[in-house]
Design a protein around this ligand. Structure first.
Ligand SMILES: [Zn+2]
Length: 150
């Protein structure tokens, strides 16, 4: 069951509590529901509009705070926009995070693209440093269902 994060915007939930996120390196999936269109004006991408839908974003973190620190930032309702995905997390009507300790974001992206109805929402989005994925964001007809790591 998603757990409400105290002190955060209504409907901003995590698949686990903050303390449950690993401080180890790895990858994560953000499930984001947009209730209104979001204009994307990211460096390196043509201006685009993301329509209301569910989206899933695959990212990774190898920094000292590990996945816990990165996911906590993604779930924060207020922050300075830094990454492509910040435009979505700031506008999200719902957001959930799932950590995959030791996994690769590109492997998670491949699994997301295999979900029914998944499409590449915006080529290149979130994948500036990646040479293999079409983007690190997929659009989905419903809430992403990706089995947690076993
Ligand atoms: Zn990739």
């Amino acid at each position: 069951m998603p757990v409400k994060q105290p002190g955060q915007h209504k409907n901003r939930t995590a698949a686990h509590t903050d303390t449950a996120f690993p401080v180890t390196p790895g990858a994560y999936v953000l499930a984001i529901r947009l209730a209104r269109p979001v204009e994307i004006t990211a460096r390196g991408l043509p201006p685009a509009s993301l329509l209301p839908s569910w989206y899933a974003y695959a990212g990774s973190d190898c920094g000292p705070g590990g996945l816990a620190a990165r996911i906590r930032r993604h779930l924060a309702a207020e922050k300075r926009a830094r990454w492509h995905v910040d435009a979505l997390t700031l506008a999200a009507a719902e957001i959930e995070a799932t950590a995959f300790s030791g996994h690769s974001e590109c492997a998670l992206l491949a699994r997301l693209l295999d979900l029914d109805g998944a499409t590449v929402a915006l080529p290149g989005f979130g994948a500036s440093d990646c040479r293999t994925c079409p983007a690190h964001l997929v659009a989905l007809p419903g809430r992403p269902r990706l089995a947690p790591p076993s």
